[in-house]
Design a protein around this ligand. Structure first.
Ligand code: SAH
Length: 216
């Protein structure tokens, strides 16, 4: 898609992603394609391709492009997967995933965010994204198991229902830590075993729910 931000998107991919080691060409192409400016408020559109997170409604944030790319790359998507995302927020991460797998299931707990993300999915004809209003720390049992799971809010631990709903083999990426700072955890399920490795430090908004933080 060509629009007034095509050049800004290309510069984002080269300067923020390729230069810092994102090498999965499918991920890079998806981020060249998805119009990130449509997922932020009108007043923020000019900043949509900057090297930083941006505020969205409900005191939440859309992650920095590099964080979206790095987390997506860890899932190693080939194209046929069914992916569960917890924390739809603006919808940007789900939109990127939708270009890389067969179907995205995304769960959000704040209604206004979900409503506006759904509008953008429709506008872009991204029809392989299914979304639901709920506490995502419980997963989305109906469509389990998922080949990959991505959690885009930070919790105190890896929610057990998500581990249970991950396919074997399967990969999950999730920020775990305290309310201010977390470490990305990569969980791999293979031959009935679960292995967790710790990656870089990140700052996400809180994962709130039964297997997350309390709402206060
Ligand atoms: N992936 C989003 C990032 C949104 S910020 C994007 O690309 O814009 C994290 C989101 O997680 C917020 O919208 C927040 O409301 C949501 N969230 C927090 N706890 C949640 C839970 N238990 N279930 C579903 N969504 C949750």
């Amino acid at each position: 898609m060509t629009d007034r931000f095509t050049t800004a998107r290309e510069r984002m991919v080269l300067e923020q992603l390729v230069r810092r080691g994102i090498s999965d060409t499918r991920v890079l192409d998806a981020m060249r394609e998805v119009p990130r400016h449509l997922f932020v408020e009108d007043a923020q559109q000019a900043r949509a391709y900057g090297d930083h997170p941006l505020p969205i409604s409900g005191d939440q944030t859309i992650s920095q492009p590099l964080v979206v790319a790095a987390m997506t790359q860890e899932l190693q998507l080939q194209g046929n997967e069914r992916v569960l995302e917890i924390g739809t927020g603006s919808g940007y991460q789900a939109a990127v995933l939708s270009r890389l797998c067969s179907r995205v299931y995304t769960v959000e707990r704040i209604n206004i965010l979900l409503a506006s993300a759904r509008k953008v999915f429709d506008q872009l004809h991204y029809y392989n994204i299914l979304s639901r209003l709920d506490d995502g720390t419980l997963g989305w049992q109906e469509h389990a198991p998922y080949d990959a799971i991505i959690v885009t809010a930070g919790g105190p631990e890896i929610p057990e229902p998500l581990v249970a709903q991950l396919a074997d083999p399967g990969r999950m990426i999730i920020p775990v830590g305290d309310r201010e700072v977390q470490e990305l955890h990569l969980l791999r399920k293979e031959d009935g075993n679960v292995v967790v490795s710790r990656l870089e430090s990140v700052r996400f908004v809180s994962l709130i729910g039964e297997h997350g933080w309390n709402n206060d």
